[in-house]
Design a protein around this ligand. Structure first.
Ligand code: ZN
Length: 86
C-alpha cells in the first residue's frame, strides 16, 4: 500500500504509523460523556474511513488519509488541520 503524502509524494506504508479514526475532539478540558465516547466508543465501519497517519520516516507531518477499510484503497490524503483552514 502506498500513501500520497502532500509534502513527499507517493510513499510506502512502512514510512507511516496510524493513530486511528480522524474524529473531531469534543470541546472542553473537563471529563464528559462526549470525551468518554471519543476515547472508548468507536464505530468500526466497512468502507470509507478517515484516519490520522504520521509520516515518521519522512517529513514528520500528520495526515488525514481517506482509506477503504475493506479494500485498503487510498482515496486521498491531506495535511491534518488543512480541512479546518478552508
Ligand atoms: Zn511526508
Amino acid at each position: 500500500m502506498r500513501i500520497p503524502c502532500p509534502l513527499c509524494g507517493m510513499r510506502d506504508l512502512r514510512e507511516f504509523s496510524v493513530r486511528g479514526a480522524a474524529l473531531p475532539e469534543p470541546g472542553g478540558a473537563e471529563w464528559s460523556a462526549a470525551w468518554d465516547d471519543y476515547l472508548h466508543t468507536r464505530d468500526n465501519p466497512a468502507g470509507a474511513s478517515r484516519e490520522f497517519w504520521y509520516h515518521g520516516q519522512g517529513c514528520g507531518a500528520w495526515l488525514v488519509v481517506t482509506r477503504d477499510t475493506v479494500s485498503h484503497e487510498i482515496a486521498g490524503a491531506q495535511l491534518a488541520g488543512a480541512e479546518d483552514a478552508s
